[in-house]
Design a protein around this ligand. Structure first.
Ligand SMILES: Cc1ncc(COP(=O)(O)O)c(C=O)c1O
Length: 484
């Protein structure tokens, strides 16, 4: 774009009529539209903007509106005006680094759409309880006292901490009080905070499950810990193998290991606590989806077995939505000062959101939501297991007792990586178990999440999977990255 831009094209380009502009007043909206066009590179450095009188006519506004907008952008350095010459654009966006594609490329947007989402990670987003959540937000916005709106406590607002503590005592068998609970933005955030505190206490090595969720490994590393993968088998973490690492702390998902779905056996639960006592260390319990247990009542958290040695992390990412960014961390009482000291600038989630969660729980809406979700997920899991059994008899399903995903073991030699790629090209999103391992294994398996899947989509999705597993992959088929 340059001087050749016609004036009517300027009016179209600036499109100031849209209310989403930068402010309510017309000159603000015009300044916003022009600033955005310059930043996006739609109006390039050196281009002359139309004379104010001409653009005012074109836009049907007063000349003052245009001179105000030009004046604003001149003051901000986007335009420069010289007496006797046209006002010109004097700023250019940083060019994208060489090799990068800058703005979303056509290739990226041309990726095949996701028709069926069998990747693990999400709850049923269609079933988010919008009406009740909105009511909770509305209610706390009206009732919060004015000092609730001041500087937030990094450990969270006192009232939601008390509510979460009560919830964890009642429903997860935790040993929790408002003093030991922090409200944070999720398990990942809770782990970063915990790792910082461990490091401050002289613990620099953390054992992690292998396979496991890579984000937790990354969180620990980002907090300065060295991570040591420890294998997982059908009874969960191989606790005896901890002794082969220098770690004095371990992060583990006892209720439903991710991604194998293994439930930590009672003997290993006891063994893990014993290990923590022996090494004067800690267990960090990732209780991310334990509310969904189908064959029995959810097992209580390990944290209740030894609150002095176990940190407990949880969130609403699997029960409501990861977009809320709300979770909790229960710390051993003796670690509370280290936790605070090691996280001096940790940001708690917005206070009104914390209060909304407390209201949502206090009014019984969280429990009601969980009851309904549990029923829905159990039916969906049964449907998926039955469909897989009927359509893919060579596969073996595992890890179905709890959570929102299961494992489908496939015959040795199956190219699961290629299957994930071909499936993505056909609009079916799924994940390869190897994506969560630190080294590939001969045991081939897919991780199938059913949380965010419509019931009626299961049959066509499994049929598509069957076709993909039968068809040899074509080269260069793009894959959607798998969550979580
Ligand atoms: C193993 C595991 N832990 C925890 C979480 C939740 O993390 P966050 O609360 O940070 O969203 C997930 C989410 O996908 C997960 O897979």
């Amino acid at each position: 774009m340059a001087d050749s831009q016609t004036n009517s094209a300027w009016a179209t380009l600036l499109d100031v009529g849209r209310p989403a502009g930068g402010g309510r007043r017309l000159h603000d909206r015009l300044a916003h539209a022009l600033r955005t066009a310059i930043r996006d590179g739609r109006v390039t450095e050196g281009a002359a903007v139309p004379p104010s009188r001409v653009l005012a006519e074109e836009l049907g506004c007063s000349r003052w509106v245009v001179t105000e907008a030009y004046g604003q952008l001149t003051a901000e350095g986007y335009l420069s005006a010289r007496v006797g010459s046209a006002t010109r654009v004097s700023w250019a966006p940083d060019p994208p680094p060489r090799g990068s594609r800058g703005r979303p490329s056509r290739t990226a947007s041309a990726r095949p759409p996701v028709r069926y989402d069998l990747a693990p990670g999400l709850p049923d987003l269609r079933a988010f309880p919008r009406r009740r959540w909105a009511e909770a937000v509305r209610s706390v916005t009206g009732s919060a006292v004015h000092y609730d709106l001041g500087l937030p406590d990094p450990a969270g607002h006192a009232a939601p901490r008390e509510t979460v503590a009560q919830y964890l005592r009642r429903s997860r068998g935790a040993d929790a009080s408002s003093e030991s609970v922090s409200v944070c933005s999720g398990v990942t955030d809770g782990l970063v905070r915990t790792c910082r505190a461990l490091r401050a206490e002289g613990i620099g090595d953390l054992a992690v499950e292998d396979p496991g969720w890579g984000r937790l490994r990354d969180a620990a590393t980002s907090a300065g810990l060295r991570v040591h993968p420890v294998p997982v088998d059908r009874d969960g973490l191989c606790v005896d193998d901890l002794a082969r690492t220098p770690a004095r702390a371990v992060v583990v998902g006892p209720a439903h290991q991710f991604p194998t779905g293994a439930v930590l056996s009672p003997a290993r639960r006891a063994g893990l606590v014993h290990w923590a006592r022996e090494v004067s260390g800690f267990v960090v319990e990732d209780d991310y989806d334990s509310e969904f247990r189908y064959d029995r009542h959810p097992v209580a958290v390990m944290q209740g077995m030894d609150p002095a040695r176990v940190f407990l992390l949880g969130s609403v990412s699997k029960t409501l939505s990861p977009a809320l960014g709300l979770g909790w961390l229960v710390a051993p009482p003796a670690m509370a000062p280290a936790l605070r000291a090691a996280n001096p600038v940790a940001a708690a989630p917005p206070v009104l959101d914390q209060l909304a969660l407390a209201t949502f729980i206090d009014r019984g809406w969280y429990d009601a939501h969980l009851r309904a979700a549990r029923r829905r997920f159990r039916t969906r899991r049964d449907l998926l297991v039955a469909t897989l059994g009927a359509r893919l008899p060579h596969g073996r399903v595992a890890g179905t007792e709890a959570g929102l995903h299961l494992l489908l073991y496939l015959p040795d030699g199956t190219d699961t990586r290629a299957a994930v790629r071909s499936a993505a090209a056909a609009g079916l999103r799924l994940a390869d178990l190897d994506d969560y391992r630190t080294a590939p294994s001969a045991r081939r398996a897919l991780v199938l999440g059913y949380g965010n899947m419509g019931d009626t989509d299961i049959l066509p999705a499994v049929d598509l999977l069957r076709r993909v597993l039968r068809t040899p992959p074509r080269p260069h088929e793009g894959a959607h990255p798998a969550a979580p």
